[in-house]
Write a protein that binds this ligand. Structure first.
Ligand code: UDP
Ligand code: MG
Length: 332
């Protein structure tokens, strides 16, 4: 099938060990693309260095259908980086990213396209709260989100949005500005651009298990938090002030007791408590500082955030577009 230089839509799909879900995914995407015509779409399969049979299967798909393209990251880097790698390959007038497991229904893209055509540069597909979740959990999650939004320097992306459509302008902006530990939703929210939301209910995973381990989730959370909030740094200063205030007050108490009652204040227990508490708080503050400092270091190094190991075609122009290209270091 001949392709225009720019398809109307690029669909970027991060994949990590998804061999179980591939047949269902490809079938669903093919029938979706049929519904899409006369618009044409390309699909970019961003393989996050899968270790199962996915690469082989994916490349076969690309060989048999020119609308599919393949790019494999040099190492497993998490879906956010995989999405950026896919977006760098995307040539469409607009681009959508969504998970491989069909929890996000591709058919929703039709409604997203309508909103895009009516002038919105970003269209978030926001999942509705799961029915099974308890009131307490929901309350906690909401409070947490609000607090983050309040403390953060920027607006957070809508809750539960790992599915969105971006205009070409936004894709280019995103690729220019994503940092070394990107959190895609957050980066998009930070950019600005007029946006719209639609809600949908997340479906069950079509096959296979979740690829997000607790460790990956915690890392993603820390990345998102550190890149959108300086509140922990501020909190450290406040905590420091609070502790010195308490210290002065206690010093007064000790002095007064010593003058009024001649008996010296009993020492060991209170001393050890103070030493341990202060020591702990200081360590914690150092840790927080370290989180920010470490990211500063990474940003200062300006290394590309991923490398491609294999692609279904050689697209040097797209490869040049990835964030933090080496050339920038030499001022080109
Ligand atoms: N994914 C990825 N790299 C990873 C982990 C996950 O590219 O290291 C992809 C995964 O293949 C899927 C998407 O990210 O397409 C969302 O992952 P998953 O469905 O496992 O997460 P959950 O829905 O449980 O949050
Ligand atoms: Mg999923």
């Amino acid at each position: 099938m001949e392709m225009k230089p720019r398809p109307d839509l690029s669909i970027v799909i991060p994949l990590y060990n998804e061999e179980a879900v591939l047949p269902a995914l490809v079938e669903r995407l093919r029938s979706f693309m049929d519904r899409l015509s006369p618009l044409d779409a390309e699909i970019i399969l961003a393989d996050d260095h899968s270790s199962d049979r996915s690469p082989e299967l994916l490349k076969n798909i690309c060989r048999s259908d020119a609308r599919f393209r393949y790019a494999r990251l040099a190492k497993n880097s998490g879906s956010h980086v995989a999405i950026l790698a896919g977006l760098a390959q995307a040539r469409g007038e607009c681009a959508v990213f969504l998970a491989a497991d069909l929890q996000d229904p591709p058919e929703l893209i039709l409604q997203m396209l309508d909103l895009w055509r009516s002038g919105h540069h970003v269209v978030w597909a926001v999942r509705e709260e799961r029915a099974g979740i308890s009131k307490a959990d929901l309350f906690l999650a909401n409070t947490f989100y609000r607090v983050l939004n309040l403390l953060g320097e920027v607006n957070l992306p809508p809750r539960g949005s790992d599915f969105a459509l971006l205009d070409r302008k936004v894709v280019d902006a995103l690729l220019k500005s994503a940092g070394s530990h990107p959190s895609v939703g957050g980066e998009i929210a930070r950019l600005g651009f007029s946006s719209a939301q639609i809600t949908y209910t997340k479906e069950k995973r079509a096959a296979g298990g979740s690829k997000w381990t607790l460790k990956k989730k915690l890392t993603a959370f820390a990345d998102a938090f550190v890149s959108f909030s300086y509140a922990p740094l501020r909190a450290m200063s406040y905590l420091g002030m609070l502790f010195s205030l308490l210290g002065f007050m206690y010093a007064l108490v000790v002095a007064v007791l010593r003058l009024m009652t001649r008996t010296p204040v009993q020492g060991w227990s209170s001393l050890i408590v103070v030493v341990l508490v202060l020591g702990g708080v200081q360590m914690m503050m150092l840790g927080v500082l370290g989180e920010y400092l470490w990211r500063t270091l990474e940003a200062a190094r300006q290394r590309p955030i991923y490398f491609l190991e294999d692609t279904s075609e050689v697209d040097t122009a797209a490869a040049d577009k990835q964030p933090r290209e080496l050339g920038r270091r030499f001022g080109t």
